[in-house]
Design a protein around this ligand. Structure first.
Ligand code: NPW
Ligand code: K
Length: 510
């Protein structure tokens, strides 16, 4: 799914109106209907709904929602920013609301703001994608007033005051803090970045029937990856496939006290479909690996507690995943350098391998092009330095990806994957339960297995991150987010592959 800019969304709106064809007022009604349906599926029957509407089409959406909710028996109240001029569709909705004999409260001064009881649901329809400057004056005061209430806030399209893309110059207090944001048709870039998560709450993308052909032809550097996107990339097992068909993955992981990382990565590689998995670990991990991952072959290393010394022959492996729990001892760093110097295919580089490499820029040239690096923000900062805000961070991510010619998976909510061609993919799966030790080791195992199976590094990075999050969502549904532990992720990977298979089959029915 594409992530378009505010300007492109406006064009998609216009194109849909002209080519469907549909009147702009009917398109607004369609958008409002989607929001109303989302709300009524969750609202308690007696919850009053107070809609705060602005002067443009976001306000028009809010007014149409209020009218529709009133029609379904909900107690609604409408408050509109007083202005000399309203957009045509907003004005039409003001008229329609009043035509039902309902009154509209116009807000001209702070003294007009109503006290907000905690039991009401506030619908924020002040500003959407048409915001053209940071909020100030009466609008900013109203936003602060709403934020200070204890009411639940549902934002239509965007939390009012938040720009679609760049918020680096925005003022935090003057942005609505919503519990839920209903993004119309497509997600917006700002909704996927951590800086403003306290303003967005949970994001939900509601389809409103914008013209898909037009969207398909728009250029954007940002994608939001969905089940349908991943199903198109997924290659089901072949009937006549054998273990050689699906590649041999090598997991280089573990040291004394961190052998769990090797176990998690290895088990994830096995569950993610590699034909064969070998694990190269320190001597002290031999029995552990043979016991916990009997399907994998364990290679011996001369290091008792951590990897060191001579590296094995690497040509047999279609992919290598290196770094989970290896530590940063000098001998291990040298061992890592040997691996990098002797392996030319794209590999997966994680955790301690990233930490070692962050301190050795002279080795960056050894990283095979198209490799996948999987830092969490702290690891990324060791490579890229500090960032001022998320816009700056995205820039640094792109710069590093281009410089190394590697795919960089910046882990977090809506994990961002920067590709060397300048594209950034945001993931749609996963949950806060996955913020637990070992979750990253599992991802490394998955990515290594996908590379071994012959997926391109770009596809492997996207599919692997999606599968990891999907498994996390299944595990959270089963155990609850707090109780989720990293070993659960591998156990639920099969659900992800099944979902991909089902989606793919549905799309290819004869
Ligand atoms: N995409 C789609 O397909 C569809 C989109 N739809 C909806 O349309 C929304 C976009 O509508 P929009 O373009 O009318 O802009 P919107 O966000 O209502 O605000 C613009 C108004 O606010 C004003 N203004 C701006 N900044 C300000 C500030 N800081 N402080 C004060 N005022 C400020 C600006 O006036 P100005 O003062 O600049 O003259 C203007 O009047 C979109 O988010 C979605 O909800 C659906 O209806 C149907 C399908
Ligand atoms: K809004």
């Amino acid at each position: 799914m594409k992530i378009l800019s505010a300007a492109q969304i406006r064009l998609a709106d216009q194109y849909t109106i002209a080519h469907e064809p549909i009147s702009s007022l009917a398109l607004m009604e369609r958008a409002a209907t989607q929001c109303t349906q989302w709300l009524t599926a969750r609202l308690r029957p007696h919850t009053p709904v107070w809609v705060f509407a602005g002067t443009g089409n976001n306000g028009g959406d809010g007014l149409a929602i209020a009218r529709q909710l009133h029609g379904q028996g909900y107690a609604t109240a409408v408050f509109v920013l007083g202005a000399a001029k309203y957009s045509a569709d907003c004005a039409a909705n003001l008229t329609q609301y009043e035509a039902l004999g309902l009154s509209i409260n116009y807000l001209h001064h702070i003294s007009d703001f109503p006290p907000i009881p905690p039991n009401v649901l506030v619908v924020d329809a002040l500003f959407g994608s048409g915001l053209n400057r940071p909020c100030d004056g009466l609008a900013a005061a109203l936003i602060e007033h709403l934020n200070a209430s204890r009411a639940n806030i549902v934002a239509i399209d965007l939390p009012s005051g938040l720009f679609c893309e760049d918020n680096s110059q925005n003022i935090d207090e003057n942005i609505i803090a919503a519990g839920h944001t209903l993004s119309l048709h497509l997600p917006k870039l700002a909704l996927l970045l951590p800086d403003y998560q306290h303003k967005i709450g949970q994001m939900h993308v509601l389809p409103i029937g914008l013209n898909e052909d037009f969207i398909k032809n728009q250029h954007t550097d940002y994608q939001f990856i969905t089940l349908a996107d991943c199903a198109a990339m997924y290659r089901p097992r072949q009937q006549f496939g054998h273990k050689g068909t699906y590649g041999h993955a090598l997991v280089v992981a573990g040291s004394r006290g961190k052998m769990g990382a090797a176990v998690l990565a290895t088990r994830a590689s096995l569950r993610a479909g590699a034909g064969l998995v070998s694990v190269l670990t320190a001597e002290c991990g031999y029995t552990i690996l043979q016991t916990t991952a009997p399907e994998a072959m364990t290679l011996l290393n001369e290091g008792e507690n951590y990897l060191q010394g001579k590296i094995p022959e690497l040509t047999a492996y279609q992919a290598i995943g290196v770094g989970c729990g290896i530590g940063t001892e000098t001998e291990t760093a040298m061992f890592l350098g040997e691996i990098l110097g002797n392996y030319q295919r794209p590999m997966v580089i994680d955790a301690d391998a990233l930490n070692v490499l962050a301190t050795r820029p002279d080795w960056h040239g050894l990283i095979p092009a198209q490799s996948i690096l999987t830092p969490h923000p702290k690891e990324f900062s060791r490579w890229a330095g500090r960032w001022d805000n998320d816009t700056h961070k995205l820039q640094l991510l792109n710069d590093l990806s281009k410089k190394l010619q590697c795919h960089i998976v910046l882990k977090g909510a809506y994990t961002a994957i920067a590709h060397p061609n300048g594209q950034v993919t945001f993931n749609s799966t996963g949950n806060a339960g996955m913020a637990t030790g070992g979750s990253g080791d599992t991802l490394t195992g998955i990515l290594t297995a996908l590379l071994a199976q012959g997926y391109t590094p770009e596809t492997a990075s996207i599919l692997g991150v999606w599968l990891h999050g999907f498994a996390g969502d299944c595990a959270a549904a089963h155990y609850g987010q707090e109780a989720l532990i990293a070993s659960d992720l591998a156990e639920f990977l099969g659900e992800g592959f099944k979902a991909l298979g089902k989606e793919k089959q549905q799309n290819s029915l004869l």
